[in-house]
Design a protein around this ligand. Structure first.
Ligand SMILES: Nc1ncnc2c1ncn2[C@@H]1O[C@H](COP(=O)(O)OP(=O)(O)O)[C@@H](O)[C@H]1O
Ligand code: SF4
Ligand SMILES: [Mg+2]
Length: 332
């Protein structure tokens, strides 16, 4: 971490259990001012539950969440205060917008709750233009159904940005949009970060999208971060077999050998013993791991990546220094 920089959000050893289901099971992440962290992983890995906990919508079973250097949440504490520092962008902009409100009213609403000083009209106009809806006055009287899906997501972003947040939580913000406009929305979010010093925690199940926006990537599997590192490193030199498998299905990396992940992500009520990825691990299945490691995978948990880690992979082969690129995964 850069010296003297207070993280905007710090999640430490977070657990969120639904009965026997450990949806989040010891996850730690940190986002610094002015950076974009992409949280990636298959559906069911606990990404939404983690960001709902940061937002205060989901009660943690244990662990600590610190937002903007303040207090944080003690185990079981539910943060219900209205926190304009943190704003949310959802997957489905249509569902997030009130169909009976005009775009002006939608964007102005947060300002009214916040009782912001200054001209409301000017601030709404500035937020819409910043979100790429220009000229903003043209959008004031329109209803959400009168604009395109991409423009609706820009309205959601304008409604968030008008609050001058320091942190944006975005849950699959482009998953419901046409592939052709995903890049534009991600580019907009990246520009907002570069222009305003905003930080973003963006969730995606598509590791390929991280290229467009993220400074760092955290790969989540069954409730934990199994690998974390700078985006370039994760995409060019992934170390955890799960990251390698996720990456091999990204179109831009098709030259990499395809790693078809066998089976579904397990039920979080039945997290496998040892390394939680071992029943699906292509490296373990290759049979090429030294016996000292392969015998360990099903019984010994490599543990979560620590909060402080700039770069880490929770895998016995990685921590033992086995070059996984030389065996099993890339034959020939
Ligand atoms: N309110 C809930 N009650 C019970 N199980 C839940 C609840 N919310 C999420 N889960 C379970 O937790 C796991 C993680 O879900 P989720 O956080 O939505 O993952 P992701 O966003 O990565 O797809 C899933 O198995 C899901 O079924
Ligand atoms: S610890 Fe073993 S089973 Fe787990 S990811 Fe590494 S090699 Fe695969
Ligand atoms: Mg989700």
């Amino acid at each position: 971490m850069r010296a003297g920089v207070t993280p905007l959000v710090e999640v430490e050893d977070l657990h969120v259990h639904f009965g026997a289901a450990r949806a989040v099971d010891g996850a730690s992440v940190r986002v610094l001012p002015g950076e974009v962290l992409a949280l990636v992983g298959e559906s069911g890995s606990g990404k939404t539950t983690l960001i709902r906990a940061i937002q205060g919508l989901q009660k943690p079973t244990s662990g600590v969440i610190r937002v903007d250097g303040t207090g944080g949440s003690s185990p079981g504490h539910v943060q219900t205060i209205f926190n304009p520092t943190v704003q949310m962008v959802f997957q489905d902009p249509t569902g997030a917008l009130n169909p009976r409100q005009t775009i002006y009213e939608i964007v102005a609403e947060g300002l009214r709750i916040k009782r912001h000083a200054g001209s409301e009209t000017e601030q709404v106009a500035a937020a819409l233009s910043r979100a790429g809806l220009r000229p903003p006055e043209r959008f004031f009287p329109l209803y959400p159904h009168e604009v395109s899906g991409g423009q609706r997501q820009r309205v959601v972003i304008a409604g968030a940005m008008v609050m001058e947040p320091r942190l944006l939580l975005a849950d699959e913000p482009v998953a419901s949009l046409d592939a052709s406009i995903r890049g534009e929305i991600l580019a907009l979010m990246r520009r907002l970060v570069d222009e305003t010093g905003l930080a973003i925690l963006v969730v995606t199940h598509d590791l390929g999208l991280a290229w467009n926006i993220a400074d760092r990537v955290a790969v989540m599997y069954l409730g934990r971060i199994v690998e974390t590192g700078p985006t370039e490193q994760i995409l060019e030199n992934p170390r955890h077999p799960y990251t390698r498998a996720l990456l091999s299905v990204v179109p831009e990396t098709r030259e990499m050998e395809q790693q078809i992940l066998t089976g579904e992500i397990p039920d979080p009520a039945r997290i496998p013993a040892g390394c939680r990825f071992h029943p699906r691990c292509p490296l373990l299945q290759s049979g090429d791991l030294p016996e000292a490691i392969s015998s360990r995978c099903p019984i010994d948990d490599p543990g979560p990546t620590p909060l402080e880690a700039v770069s880490a992979a929770a895998c016995w082969a990685v921590t033992s220094g086995v070059d996984s690129t030389a065996i099993g995964l890339n034959p020939g």
